[in-house]
Design a protein around this ligand. Structure first.
Ligand SMILES: [Zn+2]
Length: 388
């Protein structure tokens, strides 16, 4: 059984989320929809869950999404567990790094027999990069340049940039260190002109891309939202940004997080997430979950025109907007998502999943697929009770 319809063909499931941890709450659905991640969570033993409230509540929430017939699923206990561990609300980027580090750490204590479960976080979401400083006189890299740093998310500028490609080029672009910013080269033993850039060392199977829609206003502590239109592809090759590889890495859009409203510190958070099993897109709004069809912003442009974030320009390939009542239309689903460019004035996080790579690539890029998607036995009683 897979997806949201499991065990309840007609009833809708509602996920109640707290505005307190909004950046975390809309991410749960993205994570739930990732089959490998969900399987990893379900493979954890009860004693591991008991030690880690956040994991415990996440597993419970996933179990309910998976099997509950209830039309109403309360994510408040999960949010509460997060608050207990987290204390203060962090920005979205900090939150994700904190959350994945905690999960990674907690999962490492697991004695799970499901292959890959203990390392599901790092194998799914962790990539690596280096900050490279190169002397323009002798051509040598600084000692720190060889240091490999992990990342769970790329945080990209969008101000003055139109699309994902421009933002990635900006992120990996070379910065000149000259004039007052000259760099002290250990080899030359003097201050010299240099260049600095970020080099991408390895790519994770699932890449999270944070778009910097919120910028601090000069001389204040106020944040301003950038509400310019930003475009992103349904499918693209991330390989060209890898520093030591000419392989191609095809990534497909898997989720979009959207912030509605003009203020940086308030507003409304919505997630659009693709169900991996059938290519179906879902909208998770605070109170409701609705089907979007095979297009991340809804199949028919007119259908959602009343919403302010629906400035989608994605045009599904002809014939792809077919009925999707059975799995036979998976191909059409892939075609419709991968073919288009989409754009939004409110999207602040994009999640892409690697669907194919060619060549050997770099280390740490194995795509794991955990297929055990069954519910842990220790939740069965609880779920049966809820469904009774
Ligand atoms: Zn030098």
């Amino acid at each position: 059984m897979d997806g949201l319809d499991s065990g309840s063909q007609n009833s809708r499931k509602f996920v109640v989320t707290s505005p307190l941890v909004h950046s975390g709450s809309s991410r749960q659905e993205c994570l739930y929809m990732n089959t490998s991640f969900r399987s990893g969570i379900f493979s954890l033993e009860l004693d591991v869950l008991k030690k880690h409230p956040v994991l415990d509540q996440l597993a419970r929430l996933f179990a309910r999404l998976h099997s509950s017939k209830m039309a109403f699923i309360d994510s408040a206990p999960f949010i509460k567990a997060l608050e207990l561990d987290n204390g203060v609300q962090q920005d979205s980027h900090e939150f994700l790094t904190w959350f994945f580090s905690l999960l990674e750490q907690s999962l490492s204590h697991s004695k799970s027999k499901v292959p890959g479960a203990r390392t599901v976080v790092q194998h799914l979401f962790r990539g690596s990069m280096s900050h490279v400083t190169r002397c323009s006189s002798c051509g040598k890299d600084s000692a720190a340049s060889s240091k490999i740093e992990d990342f769970y998310e790329l945080e990209l500028n969008i101000k003055g940039l139109n699309n994902l490609e421009e933002s990635l080029d900006d992120y990996f672009s070379q910065e000149a260190l000259d004039g007052e910013n000259q760099y002290f080269c250990e080899s030359c033993q003097k201050r010299v002109d240099a260049t600095r850039c970020i080099k991408l060392r390895s790519l994770p199977p699932v890449i999270n891309i944070q778009l910097k829609r919120y910028v601090f206003l000069p001389k204040t502590t106020m944040k301003k939202k950038i509400s310019s239109t930003f475009s992103f592809p349904g499918q693209f090759d991330m390989g060209k940004w890898l520093s030591n590889s000419s392989s191609s890495y095809t990534y497909e859009l898997a989720a979009i997080l959207i912030h509605k409203g003009t203020a940086a510190n308030s507003g409304h958070y919505v997630a659009h997430v693709k169900d991996e099993s059938n290519g179906q897109w879902w909208e998770f709004d605070d109170e409701t979950v609705s089907k979007l069809g095979l297009h991340p912003f809804g199949e028919k442009p007119g259908k959602t025109s009343n919403k302010d974030d629906q400035k989608s320009q994605g045009i599904p390939t002809a014939g792809s907007v077919a009925n999707n009542n059975n799995n036979g239309h998976q191909e059409a689903a892939l075609t419709s998502t991968s073919g288009g460019m989409f754009s939004s004035t409110d999207a602040y996080m994009l999640m892409y999943k690697c669907t194919s790579k060619d060549g050997s690539g770099t280390e740490n890029n194995k795509i794991i697929e955990i297929t055990n998607d069954s519910l842990p036995h220790y939740f069965l009683d609880e779920i049966n009770e809820l469904n009774a």
